[in-house]
Design a protein around this ligand. Structure first.
Ligand code: PEP
Length: 238
């Protein structure tokens, strides 16, 4: 079971270090749950400092370039992340796809480059509201998932775009159905993302094909992130 907190463009270096110091021992209270936080680039180092050497929490970037180095203004490479102790990256988040022109092909390349360099990857997929309404969910998931490399360090996050930051969580049945479909295309762990909160985490995580969660808004508060990680441990133990 994996719980990853996506901090998006929140928490600068100072706040990130303090938050990390507050949650550093959380894994000891959530047995069996792998915990990851994904701060903005400038806050990656301070987050690692706040966690300290003894914490089992891993730190991932929110994006990563595919090349090792080069003339790619504004980008950060896999070895640069590894050098400071970051062990993974999110690729293809719907905000990157919708607002920053990421395509299935750029997501594939980023995932491939990151994996080859030794990072873990959380690759995000998911349909929009209109695609779901039009009955195109499976077609969209198939298109997005089919390009992703097969690798034991790649995890997929199913994040229906209509559920991200909207408070409109997928029902456990809807999530289960989509996860089973994604796994039929690509046998790997599949996280659910989209308005996961302490109140709904337990039932979502109890679904047989839900292997964890990618949490945005509710990961910004130490109390709610804590509660979601404990709910994951409960779902595992049940
Ligand atoms: C996300 O950013 O990946 C996400 C799922 O956000 P939220 O939990 O706020 O819907």
């Amino acid at each position: 079971m994996l719980i990853a907190g996506n901090w998006k463009m929140f928490k600068g270096p100072h706040e990130a270090r303090e938050f990390a110091a507050q949650i550093r021992r959380l894994p000891e209270r959530a047995p069996g749950v792998e915990i990851v936080v994904c701060p903005p680039f400038v806050s990656l180092g301070p987050t690692l400092q706040g966690l300290g050497a003894g914490s089992a929490i891993r730190v991932f970037a929110q994006n990563v370039h595919s090349e090792l180095e080069g003339a790619f203004t504004g980008e950060v490479s896999p070895p640069m992340l590894l050098e400071i102790g970051v062990t993974g990256a999110v690729v293809g988040h719907s905000e990157r796809r919708q607002l920053f022109g990421e395509t299935d092909e750029t997501v594939r390349r980023r995932a491939q480059g990151a994996l080859e360099a030794g990072l873990a990857v959380i690759a995000c997929v998911g349909e929009t509201d209109s695609e779901r309404e039009a009955g195109e969910t499976e077609r969209v998931l198939e298109r997005q998932v089919s390009v992703l490399p097969r690798h034991d360090r790649l995890v997929i996050a199913y994040e229906p775009v209509w559920a991200i930051g909207t408070g409109r969580t997928a029902t456990p049945d809807t999530a289960q159905e989509a996860h089973a479909f994604v796994k039929s295309l690509h046998p790997t762990r599949v996280l659910y993302g989209g308005s996961v909160k302490p109140e709904n985490a337990r039932t979502l995580l109890a679904q047989p094909d839900v292997d964890g969660a990618l949490v945005g808004g509710a990961s910004l508060d130490p109390g709610s992130f804590d509660a979601i990680c404990l709910a994951a441990a409960e779902a595992l133990a049940a």
